[in-house]
Design a protein around this ligand. Structure first.
Ligand SMILES: [Fe+2]
Length: 245
């Protein structure tokens, strides 16, 4: 690299005082060049969260299935998210747009997969008995808990045999409770806070039920942790208050 007054001044401005001074004296130009290159930032890595319940205690969902789901599908998403983020950190204006676009698309898939899987595991491990403020809000919105339950089951079955998520969201722009369909990790409701998440990817039930998705959905409902759903609803209410200012 040819040292000029201009790039030496640039190094001084950017904090490379010692390197610039040394280089101006005709020494250690290699070191100067290395310090002038943009540095790839070090990103904090996400770590998988452990299952928040005893995997031997679920009703109708085996320990083998839930452990495989957690370790392979969720754990794989976290690992891939870290890898994609590290690759994106290396992107420069010279990186082809199709590479950046492909990495950003995968980043969204893995990030949403991580978030939704954590919400899914987090709303399992309960007794399945709906209660609290969320139960009242659901009944008020759908007319009855039963009507809402039927709606979520029908939504889940619309994804049976394929892949995706069935979600009860709080929609932040309106404050409404909504059921949302997500045919893939990257198709979740914009500005929706997930309160209850049901994984409808086949890996969530195939090991225990084969293609009988309806039986898995019944088992899912028996294990819903409504305390956690209530906790999320209360936090969502606080978020709404902040947004309303
Ligand atoms: Fe999953």
């Amino acid at each position: 690299m040819e040292l000029t007054r201009r790039n030496a001044l640039g190094l001084l401005v950017s904090g490379g005082v010692a390197a610039a001074t040394t280089a101006l004296m005709g020494k250690d130009l290699t070191l100067l060049e290395e310090q002038a290159m943009p540095q790839t930032p070090t990103l904090p890595a996400f770590a998988p969260k452990p299952l928040p319940f005893d995997p031997t205690k679920l009703k109708g969902i085996s320990e083998k299935l839930i452990a495989s789901h957690h370790d392979n599908n969720y754990g794989g998403a976290v690992k891939n998210l870290n890898g994609v983020r590290n690759e994106l950190a290396k992107a420069t204006p010279d990186t082809p747009a199709f590479l950046v676009g492909g990495l950003r698309a995968k980043e969204l898939v893995y990030a949403n997969s991580m978030t939704l899987h954590e919400a899914y595991f987090g709303n399992l491990g309960g007794n399945g008995k709906a209660d609290g403020s969320i139960a009242k809000a659901i009944a008020s919105t759908w007319g009855s808990l039963g009507a809402w339950e039927q709606g979520l089951k029908v939504l889940g079955m619309s994804l049976a045999g394929g892949s995706g998520w069935a979600i009860l969201d709080l929609h932040l722009p309106t404050g409404d409770l909504r059921l949302s369909w997500a045919g893939d990790h990257s198709q979740t409701l914009a500005a929706g806070l997930p309160l209850l998440v049901m994984d409808m990817y086949e890996h969530a039930y195939q090991m225990d039920y084969g293609a009988a998705a309806a039986k898995y959905i019944e088992a899912f409902f028996q294990n819903i942790n409504w305390d956690e759903v209530n906790h999320r609803y209360e936090r969502a209410q606080k978020a709404l208050l902040v947004l309303k200012g």
